[in-house]
Write a protein that binds this ligand. Structure first.
Ligand code: SF4
Ligand code: SF4
Length: 315
């Protein structure tokens, strides 16, 4: 999923109506962003860096992890979920593995286990969703959600849309996305036409790709929120929730404010991390999992109730 991840925009786009409320979903309310000072959102990324797909735009394509690395990833994930289980304050988690997590049993188990904890408001994962879906039957679907990316070169269109229909029938909260490459345009149009209105299809600006206004208009016709992804957001010195109510955690428990600022803020497990609001130290933020927390974007309102799984509130 990683290279497929978002980019950002300076000006707030006009927010257009995307579709009707997803009928297959219960009203789960504002699960991940209710604004109370105790709530901690964690972006977790362990050592896992292998994937079963082979996307041309990804350095993790078809990479294999050694058995030792897989064991380390599993142990790190189990330590992390144990830490979350022991909290007395609300927590939300987004798993953002370098590779594909849900083909590994320990990620599926972590999703199910965390979904049942009363203080966990949301548990979500970025995934290609190549896995079988049956494990979802064990989860609390009021808490679990999926950020699914469609990779047209890796999975047949019908197979992918069958999986989306299956998720809808199960009542799973999920968004679907695609990288805004020219060769993906027909796939994206077809997908938007075939997905129910209530399933949000996001488009990420492709890494290093500059969009003319005409091209951007085409992609915005598919994803009304594409203007947020089109160009990086200026972030230097601006207030960002990361480091305070949102943190990035790796397999060792090392805490950073986000996946993009390397400075270490402490460790989750030894009590050395202290929450503190700080302005962004970087010039720009060009990834959705970062700039969604950048306060001037106003994206907590746009995605209220679905910040981690990237589902806008206007659905
Ligand atoms: S599906 Fe796998 S290969 Fe494709 S972008 Fe995601 S991690 Fe990379
Ligand atoms: S704006 Fe982006 S890069 Fe800057 S601190 Fe926030 S998430 Fe990190």
């Amino acid at each position: 999923m990683r290279p497929a991840e978002p980019r950002a925009a300076g000006a707030s786009p006009e927010v257009l109506r995307i579709g009707g409320r997803p009928e297959h979903l219960a009203d789960t309310g504002p699960a991940d962003d209710a604004g109370d000072s105790e709530h901690l959102t964690i972006l977790y990324r362990g050592p896992l860096s292998s994937c079963d797909y082979d996307c041309s735009y990804c350095p993790f394509a078809k990479r294999r992890d050694s058995p030792e690395r897989l064991r380390a990833d599993r142990a790190a994930l189990e330590r992390f979920t144990g830490w979350v289980a022991g909290r007395e304050h609300p927590v939300s988690v987004l798993f953002t593995p370098w590779g594909e997590g849900l083909v590994r049993s320990w990620y599926r188990r972590a999703m199910v286990g965390l979904s049942h904890l009363p203080h966990v408001r949301r548990v979500a994962v970025q995934t290609n969703f190549s896995c079988r879906p049956d494990w979802l039957a064990e989860a609390d679907l009021g808490t679990l959600a999926l950020w699914v990316t469609y990779h047209p070169s890796q999975v047949a269109y019908e197979r992918f849309t069958d999986k989306c229909r299956d998720l809808v029938s199960r009542g799973v909260r999920f968004s679907v996305g695609i990288v805004g490459l020219p060769e993906h345009l027909d796939h994206a149009r077809r997908l938007r036409a075939d997905l129910p209105d209530g399933v949000y299809l996001w488009v990420n600006a492709a890494e290093g790709h500059l969009y003319t206004d005409a091209e951007a208009a085409v992609w915005t016709g598919i994803d009304p929120l594409f203007p947020y992804s089109r160009t990086p957001h200026r972030s230097a010195g601006r207030p960002c929730r990361t480091g305070d109510s949102v943190i990035s955690v790796d397999g060792d428990g090392t805490v950073r404010r986000c996946h993009f600022v390397p400075a270490v803020l402490g460790n989750l497990y030894d009590g050395t991390f202290r929450r503190r609001a700080r302005p962004c130290p970087l010039a720009v933020c060009d990834c959705h999992i970062g700039y969604v927390h950048l306060e001037p974007t106003g994206l907590y309102d746009v995605f209220a109730g679905g910040i981690l799984e990237r589902i806008p509130s206007i659905l």
